[in-house]
Design a protein. Structure first.
Length: 92
């Protein structure tokens, strides 16, 4: 298995959003599930690239399916403010 912290590991886009707060929540969910993720801001100069902004999350290709599952579980049942996740998938 590849080391998720290996700078040469292939990263794949797993999530994108216009909202930094949403990206931070998903990033936290992935980290809690033991999945290393990388956040990249796409805040491009709007007069040059109109409509191209936001944040993308990437994960190692080997963990992409697991990351999609974590995100799908969250999307199916979003938490209310202050609610705690108790049934995350087991860490590998």
């Amino acid at each position: 298995m590849e080391n998720p912290k290996d700078e040469h590991a292939e990263l794949v886009k797993i999530f994108d959003t216009e909202q930094e707060s949403e990206a931070l929540v998903v990033h936290g969910l992935l980290e809690s599930a033991g999945i290393q993720s990388q956040m990249t801001s796409l805040n491009l100069q709007q007069d040059v690239y109109p409509g191209l902004s936001g944040i993308i999350l990437r994960v190692p290709a080997a963990q992409a399916d697991e990351a999609r599952t974590v995100i799908a579980q969250y999307s199916a049942q979003p938490l209310d403010e202050g609610e705690v996740i108790e049934d995350l998938p087991p860490q590998a």
